[in-house]
Write a protein that binds this ligand. Structure first.
Ligand SMILES: NC(=O)c1ccc[n+]([C@@H]2O[C@H](COP(=O)([O-])OP(=O)(O)OC[C@H]3O[C@@H](n4cnc5c(N)ncnc54)[C@H](O)[C@@H]3O)[C@@H](O)[C@H]2O)c1
Length: 314
């Protein structure tokens, strides 16, 4: 039985991760939980019979096989590096770092100390996304990918919802947070390397220094174009998105992809965690850190393009 520690148990943990730990109770046991919000953490401790730590650093002295980090973006890199320095395997919620330099530091730490590390996000093992990625291999040369998601599910339908840390300067804006998903999908739907990025930003809804709308156009080496529209504009509970891929031999609507893989309609975090926990148990952990770095490189290029108001070459 793998022993898990959780650092941060807010929105994403409550809405997604906890169900996976329930689903995988034969494989893992939540042993320790740290959150600055004692009430939230103690609720999780009560359900899983775990120990509460106010200070996550004290939790790292415990015998744990893996630590899952799900804290506000600007705090993530420092916390993950402390987990890796303590010799514990770490899985961080996306984006895992605020920029490429921070991401590279984490990858170097993991490699130098030989401690497993990777990132999780709910698009990673989503049934529809996996079907679409597989189907996209059969539609010829991809020339256009459209990924549009301008909704967020936080405080769904609450008027004047406070976006808190999500739109303060140290976390950048919607692109680093939500756009991470679309950039991940772009890399899988059109695997031709990205050559250049052009991006623009606006503040439509929130009075913030950071963008609540970003439009990114990526040009791939195969001359294909990916257009990403990403925003924190509407607080719709189930995020509504438009995701299409067009190739020389056909098109795919990602919301409704052909079912060409034999996949259980399983919850995406559960699929991901099961695979990673089994790999940890067998000592054969596979990370996707090359992809982690590429996503951060593209995100940085998009922010550079917004600032320079020009195309940025990678
Ligand atoms: N995969 C997804 O689809 C998805 C969805 C939402 C959020 N996320 C990511 O998950 C992370 C957390 O987002 P969230 O929406 O759950 O945020 P949140 O604000 O709801 O929760 C963050 C939690 O971290 C705790 N925290 C802050 N500093 C801490 C510290 N030093 N030690 C222990 N706990 C600490 C806070 O008290 C809070 O409970 C972010 O990186 C976000 O981008 C991913």
């Amino acid at each position: 039985m793998l022993k898990l520690g959780l650092i941060g148990c807010g929105n994403v943990v409550e809405r997604s991760h906890l169900q996976s730990y329930r689903d995988l109770k034969e494989l893992v046991k939540v042993e320790a939980v740290s959150d600055l919000d004692e009430n939230k953490a103690k609720k999780v401790c009560a359900e899983f019979g775990a120990e509460y730590f106010n200070n996550y650093k004290e939790m790292l002295n415990k015998n744990l096989d893996c630590v899952i980090v799900s804290v506000p973006i600007h705090l993530t890199q420092n916390i993950v590096s402390n987990v890796l320095k303590a010799g514990k395997a770490a899985i961080t919620e996306k984006p895992g770092a605020s920029n490429y330099e921070e991401a590279l530091e984490l990858v170097s730490l993991s490699r130098q100390n030989k401690v497993p590390f990777t990132f999780v996000q709910n698009y990673l093992y989503g049934t529809k996304q996996m079907q679409a990625i597989e189907a996209s291999k059969n539609i010829g040369e991809i020339f256009l990918t459209r990924l549009e998601n301008v909704c967020h599910g936080y405080g769904a339908l609450e008027k004047n919802f406070d976006m808190g840390w999500r739109l303060n300067k140290s976390n950048r804006g919607c692109l680093l947070n939500h756009g991470f998903h679309e950039i991940y999908l772009m890399l899988h739907l059109n695997p031709s390397p990205v050559e250049s990025i052009y991006a623009v930003r606006r503040n439509f809804c929130y009075n913030s220094t950071e963008e609540d709308l970003a439009i990114v156009v990526a040009k791939h080496k195969n001359n294909g174009i990916t257009q990403i529209t990403n925003g924190f504009l509407h607080n719709i509970k189930e995020t509504v998105s438009v995701e299409e891929i067009h190739g020389t031999k056909g098109s795919i609507d990602i919301k409704n992809p052909p079912e060409i893989l034999k996949l259980e309609k399983e919850y995406s975090h559960t699929r991901f965690f099961r695979e990673k926990f089994l790999e940890l148990q067998k000592g054969s952990f596979k990370d996707n850190l090359a992809e982690f770095l590429t996503i951060h490189k593209i995100l940085d290029a998009a922010y550079d393009s917004m600032n320079q108001q020009n195309e940025v070459f990678l």
